[in-house]
Design a protein around this ligand. Structure first.
Ligand SMILES: C[S@@+](CC[C@H](N)C(=O)[O-])C[C@H]1O[C@@H](n2cnc3c(N)ncnc32)[C@H](O)[C@@H]1O
Length: 319
């Protein structure tokens, strides 16, 4: 299989990190290695890029994609929720025993190959065994959730993570179907979701199963929990002057990013309509952009996935 993922906001995110040739950078979401390649190409012999992914297929692809950079790039197979623990194992990163790096990037969500490969069980477009795990060694699958979780819990995740108006109706269809026989495939689930949505409402908003599949994927991979934990660790692991650049695709992810960054600029006294912090009162970080950066017309034309992308950048201050 060829591993093809079109990188979103590549220049904007990497420029936002202010790469120094001899700096140490972390890409928490290696994926198709698009951002990693861009970062690595800006590093000199003294620089280091550490790239995380929890998906073994992404890592195997990246080994080839990034081979030319030699030991300037190090790949880590781990959930990024263990960022601090994993960085603590890398001697070059430690300053007085704690990890300190010059930039950390997140490009959240799934890669195109995860969605497009039928046997990953993420997609309503391909009938396959229901799965949706980014990390194929983790115990919880989408099949477990739809067959074993309480109907109310299922309705709740469809509503919260998928903003699905018909969450309760869909959860009730799922509960009725599984009482007869386990739900095994993406095709079966897509059909049940469709049945749970009134015919008139199915005519708008793309594929009727889109929101429910997104919600299940977020739950299977605990995407919001992992991100929240990792972003707190990110602030700690940045050296003074180091930057965090975060690309989100979901309103709940963007909210976590905005609230976490804001928590650490609490003492900034700039008026809220200023585009950046200029007051000089120091919190732990300053925001580089108050409004998220979004993809421009050209990128949107070439890559519809970029439509919901929002990039926020913050810089760690001297303490
Ligand atoms: C949108 S893709 C990244 C694409 C990449 N920036 C590029 O340009 O090709 C997201 C990647 O992050 C990985 N990922 C998502 N959540 C993760 C987590 N909690 N820990 C580790 N990797 C994660 C996914 O497996 C996927 O490969």
């Amino acid at each position: 299989m060829t591993f093809q993922h079109v990188t979103v906001l590549k220049q904007e995110a990497v420029e936002g990190l202010h790469i120094k040739p001899d700096g140490i950078y972390v890409d928490c979401t290696l994926g198709g290695a698009g951002h990693s390649r861009e970062i690595a190409s800006r590093l000199g012999p003294g620089g280091l890029l550490i790239a995380f992914d929890q998906d073994d297929i992404a890592l195997n692809n990246a080994k080839v994609q990034l081979a030319e950079f030699g030991d300037r790039v190090r790949l880590v197979r781990s959930n990024f929720r263990f960022l601090e623990r994993e960085l603590s194992k890398i001697p070059e990163v430690l300053k007085d025993g704690v990890p300190q790096v010059d930039g950390i990037l997140f490009d959240l969500g799934v890669s195109s190959p995860q969605l497009d490969e039928a046997d990953r069980g993420f997609s309503y477009n391909h009938d396959a065994e229901l799965d949706m795990r980014m990390d194929r060694t983790s115990p919880l699958t989408a099949k477990d959730i739809v067959n074993d979780w309480d109907e109310k819990e299922i309705a709740q995740i469809l509503f919260e993570y998928g903003e699905e108006k018909f969450a309760r109706r869909i959860a009730s269809k799922i509960a009725a179907a599984r009482a007869a026989a386990p739900i095994e495939t993406t095709g079966q689930l897509a059909e049940l979701v469709k049945e749970g949505i009134p015919a008139a409402a199915r005519r708008t908003g793309g594929h009727p199963a889109k929101r429910s599949f997104q919600a299940l994927r977020i739950a299977v991979n605990d995407e919001l929990g992992a991100f929240e934990e990792a972003l707190e660790q990110t602030i700690r692991c940045l050296a003074p002057g180091g930057r965090a650049a975060v690309i989100t695709f979901h309103s709940l992810e963007d909210r976590i990013c905005k609230q976490t960054f804001n928590k650490y600029v609490a003492r900034c006294t700039c008026p809220s309509d200023f585009p950046m912090c200029v007051c000089g009162t120091k919190g732990t970080v300053k925001l580089i952009n108050r409004k998220p950066i979004e993809a421009g017309g050209e990128e949107l034309g070439a890559n519809p996935r970029a439509r919901s992308a929002k990039l926020r950048i913050a810089e760690k201050l001297e303490t």
